[in-house]
Design a binder for this molecule. Structure first.
Ligand SMILES: [Zn+2]
Length: 260
């Protein structure tokens, strides 16, 4: 099975891989990555489950983000559609979707650049690819699926946030998660298009229906029920991107003028 990979999907918690695929080990300077090559609506895609690794489920702060993003370039793809699970700080319905427009980074111990031996300041005025985002939005609208757009706050994890942290972060963010950064930065540094569709799986700590303790089961249950819709939206977006002609975004020039 050899065909062009039109897009790579970064699968989050609970993301299941299509039945008909072949797996490929991609070697990168940062380690090996397993990609699952398949077709969606006739278009070649690769799925990289970001939590996969030596451990059964790599925790968010230990994910090999640089290897995963480098593997996209090695696959010859230019576009990444990221799926992330998030807690809502703004009363989004559980199971609804949020397309990201911007982010605030509260991670602490992650390597968030490929550029260790030269100084490169990539521009972050538009972190997420507007063209992919529009295709995702069009697909959600066409299917009549509830969604909104918002700002993502990325925390280090793996613990959930405190109530005090959420009270602070809800003043400037809409949803909170642990895996969106540094992926978005690394993709930008490699001049790849990157967009994220988040599934709202829970209320952030201390918010919502009065239930105080947040459990992993709550998150996984919400993800499972949203999975079918999510796959449909992504498949639609991939075929629209593939058939929609050339890229009309500036993602491919992200490092132009960025070097000191
Ligand atoms: Zn783009």
């Amino acid at each position: 099975m050899t065909f062009d990979i039109k897009a790579v999907i970064f699968g989050g918690v609970g993301f299941s891989i299509a039945k008909d695929y072949h797996s490929r080990i991609i070697s990168t300077p940062y380690g090996d990555v397993t990609a699952y090559i398949t077709r969606m609506n006739g278009c070649g895609v690769a799925i990289i489950p970001r939590h996969a690794g030596a451990e059964e489920h790599t925790p968010p702060h230990m994910i090999n983000y640089r290897a995963n993003v480098w593997a996209v370039r090695k696959l010859g793809a230019k576009r990444i559609i990221s799926t992330n699970s998030v807690g809502t700080m703004k009363d989004h319905p559980i199971g609804s979707f949020v397309l990201l427009g911007d982010y605030v980074d509260f991670t602490k111990n992650r390597i968030s650049t490929f550029f260790d031996s030269e100084t490169v300041h990539v521009d972050m005025v538009e972190p997420y690819c507007p063209q992919i985002k529009k295709c995702l939005a069009d697909s959600l609208e066409k299917k009549g699926i509830v969604y909104s757009e918002g700002i993502y706050v990325c925390t280090e994890g793996p613990r959930f946030e405190t109530r005090a942290e959420i009270n602070m972060m809800k003043q400037f963010g809409d949803v909170v998660g642990m895996t969106g950064v540094p992926e978005v930065i690394l993709a930008k540094e490699l001049e790849l298009c990157y967009a994220s569709i988040c599934t709202v799986t829970n209320y952030a700590c201390g918010l919502g229906d009065g239930k105080l303790k947040l459990t992993v089961d709550d998150v996984v249950d919400a993800l499972r029920s949203a999975q079918g819709a999510l796959m449909g939206v992504i498949a639609d977006a991939v075929s629209n991107l593939s058939n929609g002609g050339e890229k009309d975004c500036a993602c491919g020039d992200a490092t132009v003028g960025a070097r000191v």
